[in-house]
Design a binder for this molecule. Sequence first.
Ligand code: NAG
Ligand code: NAG
Ligand code: NAG
Ligand code: NAG
Ligand code: NAG
Ligand code: NAG
Ligand code: NAG
Ligand code: NAG
Ligand code: NAG
Ligand code: NAG
Ligand code: NAG
Ligand code: NAG
Length: 707
Amino acid sequence: MRYSTSLLLATPVFPSLVLGCQRDRHFHTPNLLKRQSTPLASRSANEQTIIDSFSNNSISDWSYYYTHGDHVAGRNKSQAQWTADKWTEAGIPSSLAEYTVFLNYPLNNSLSMTYANGSVFHAGLVEDVLEEDDTTTWDNRLPSFHGYSATGSASAEFVYVGLGTQRDYQRLADLGVELEGKVALARYGSIFRGLKVKNAQDRGMVACLIYTDPAEDGNVTVANGYEEYPNGGARNPSQVQRGSVQFLSTYPGDPSTPGYPSRENSTRADMSDVLPRIPSIPISEKDARPLIAALEGHGVPGAEVNRTGYVGAINGSSYSSGPAPGVTLNVQNMMEEVYTPIWNSIGVINGTNPDETIIIGNHRDAWIIGGAGDPNSGTAVIVELGRAFGKLLAQGWKPKRNIVLCSWDAEEYGLVGSTEWVEEYIPWLTGTAVSYLNIDIAASGPHPMIAATPELHKVATDTMKKIAWPFTNRTMYDIWNEDTNGTVAVLGSGSDYTAFVHRGIGSIDMGSDGGPGDPLYPYHSNYDSYHWMATFGDPGFHHHAAMGEYLSLLAYNLASEELIPFDLPNYADQMDKYYEDLSEVISVSSGNLSISDLRAAIDTFRSQAQEVVQLSQQAVSSNDTALLQVVNHKYRDFQRGFTSQGGLVNREFYQHTIFAPGIDTGYAPVTFPGITEAVEAGNFTLAQEWVLKTAAAIRVAGNIIKT
Ligand SMILES: *[C@@H]1O[C@H](CO)[C@@H](O)[C@H](O)[C@H]1NC(C)=O
Ligand SMILES: *[C@@H]1O[C@H](CO)[C@@H](O)[C@H](O)[C@H]1NC(C)=O
Ligand SMILES: *[C@@H]1O[C@H](CO)[C@@H](O)[C@H](O)[C@H]1NC(C)=O
Ligand SMILES: *[C@@H]1O[C@H](CO)[C@@H](O)[C@H](O)[C@H]1NC(C)=O
Ligand SMILES: *[C@@H]1O[C@H](CO)[C@@H](O)[C@H](O)[C@H]1NC(C)=O
Ligand SMILES: *[C@@H]1O[C@H](CO)[C@@H](O)[C@H](O)[C@H]1NC(C)=O
Ligand SMILES: *[C@@H]1O[C@H](CO)[C@@H](O)[C@H](O)[C@H]1NC(C)=O
Ligand SMILES: *[C@@H]1O[C@H](CO)[C@@H](O)[C@H](O)[C@H]1NC(C)=O
Ligand SMILES: *[C@@H]1O[C@H](CO)[C@@H](O)[C@H](O)[C@H]1NC(C)=O
Ligand SMILES: *[C@@H]1O[C@H](CO)[C@@H](O)[C@H](O)[C@H]1NC(C)=O
Ligand SMILES: *[C@@H]1O[C@H](CO)[C@@H](O)[C@H](O)[C@H]1NC(C)=O
Ligand SMILES: *[C@@H]1O[C@H](CO)[C@@H](O)[C@H](O)[C@H]1NC(C)=O
């Protein structure tokens, strides 16, 4: 599901948090003189076996398999079984975990615009069929629709609402633009699409359209000499971004079973407040252009609205808000609502320590026949990972810790398969989980990215030094370091790590994507196909292989080392950074807040973390198995302390007090979310309560590692 690449757009809440947004990439100008090429770090014999096991050719075969069959959530049990069978063949016993969840599927939709003079424009709502790209020609190719969108119709004047953030709508309201009763036309970008729909609904608007603006393309445009897909890496103007419109920042998982697993006969909760009630449809630039043009000169021009990212890149358009008197949109959206089985494939390697577990996951479902990038680049990789681990097992390897391989279903609708599984196994996970490793879009371009909880930063970046990055003669670490200035991103949401993190299980998310000038990734479009991947995304499938080698080595080390390779003092270092960010937010706010309790809690945590490092060194140097187990269990358990049982304000699901997706971002993280969001909302009483709660959570985590 991860966020579509948005190269140019930065809508920072505050500057330093921007780095956390996984797919808002920020490329620093590379300093060619200092261009670093570190030698490849040495690998153990087992690590070399893993690396040698990875084959770009077999990865391409797995990719071809997954991208040539309808595998929308709940519609392809045979792919789930095939995945489990591949792992079983490799020597890892695997089976399916089934849940019965609420989903909806598209029946039909339509969009037309009636001008004041009575003439009508009919939007096509379809992506062009391209002979070069076989799955775009299939009769059962997926229409453009929004998962979990409401069935309904609307006929009304419409308003252009920019990115559709709460602040965009507020700004328009402040400028006197009438929103109630109108249709919202929002552009994609920055925040999770379901929140754009929610914000429209909260303003009394009657439907929401979300379109792809050329501002998302950066410099990769026809005007700059790039050809449109299928002839080149520029976006085809008929491309549509499908996706879920669930209210991700409050209610991930099956909306009908909040907090408990979805079985066939589970009690179903009322969903009217957790899913949109107004219809929505995703549209292409091609279909949006006449709509934007019809608003020209009506309402408030974009320059006067003056919000970051509000004005897009359609030449000659002022992005007037509208409404244009007498110009109406007719929106119709019909969905079939079902309670239907979904299938996670689960493979297990038992470790010698039964009470420590590493979990590796990727989702399998896609919005389209293809899904070559999202998610099946990751799926191809975890099939290959199973084979690599199978080779080690055949050589007599026994990991210290259990390794669980997961291929999730229904991630796209709202992290459904992973969330239901976590809800089912929460007692066992709380007792044994050490880390969850997620790979969603493994490959969509040549730039690696990671986001992780702080204890994993060191092992995650060290492991990059063991990976040769394709076509560069440099390590993965060098490329990543140059792109990010050595900063590991903070986890928000948008993929399957979410349910784990918010039950106190540390996680990493990883993938690779395009930078400036690279082919544009056709996210959630029919063009995210095997053909696109083999031609533009990752010709030769070498980035797939490199990401797979990386994930496998990371998992191997987390599962095998005597001492879990965690860096706890870095948790204190990162909290220091979040503390500085928070101080900045408070300093520009209108109120007063005392955060000395938070300061003290972080400082205490730091000294406890330093003490446990000493204890771990003692355990390793004396090879004291009992003491190693004591330390390993502290490492395994400490993160649970950061969670708050009742969850964040009005969002019980989100329990981690150190980071969470922003309530109005869905993808991008907010650090110290309870405090930060209360300050932003201007509620200093609430903020003060959350200073106490957050500091208390840090103390609980610290007490778990206390020696
Ligand atoms: C399921 O996926 C496989 C492989 O992509 C495909 O061959 C098969 O036709 C799909 N099944 C259905 C019911 O679409
Ligand atoms: C959409 O589907 C519904 C249910 O199948 C049907 O009643 C309706 O006529 C269809 N509308 C259009 C425009 O095809
Ligand atoms: C109606 O107005 C639209 C938009 O101004 C224009 O493109 C179209 O030609 C007009 N149709 C007629 C029949 O005048
Ligand atoms: C669910 O309920 C139906 C109807 O009562 C019953 O036939 C079925 O066996 C139940 N399923 C499970 C898993 O209990
Ligand atoms: C836009 O807002 C910025 C700061 O919020 C302000 O400095 C600038 O003058 C505004 N521009 C217009 C055209 O209103
Ligand atoms: C792994 O351990 C579990 C729990 O002890 C046991 O049920 C299962 O049979 C074991 N699997 C294998 C392949 O040994
Ligand atoms: C790759 O790096 C090695 C060692 O730094 C160097 O000897 C070799 O010439 C380089 N190859 C290319 C193609 O740059
Ligand atoms: C890169 O990181 C260093 C050290 O943290 C910092 O001093 C520098 O300003 C950063 N550069 C950029 C471009 O962010
Ligand atoms: C686009 O090109 C312009 C002019 O060459 C350059 O200044 C800018 O940094 C480029 N933007 C991106 C995202 O590459
Ligand atoms: C795998 O890599 C080799 C060597 O670069 C290349 O010749 C081959 O075409 C690649 N396989 C696929 C399926 O792209
Ligand atoms: C540490 O102790 C374990 C069991 O007591 C033994 O198997 C292992 O070889 C020892 N390791 C070292 C490095 O001495
Ligand atoms: C601020 O939060 C408190 C809960 O601590 C709540 O009772 C109060 O209503 C909130 N104030 C506003 C203005 O929302």
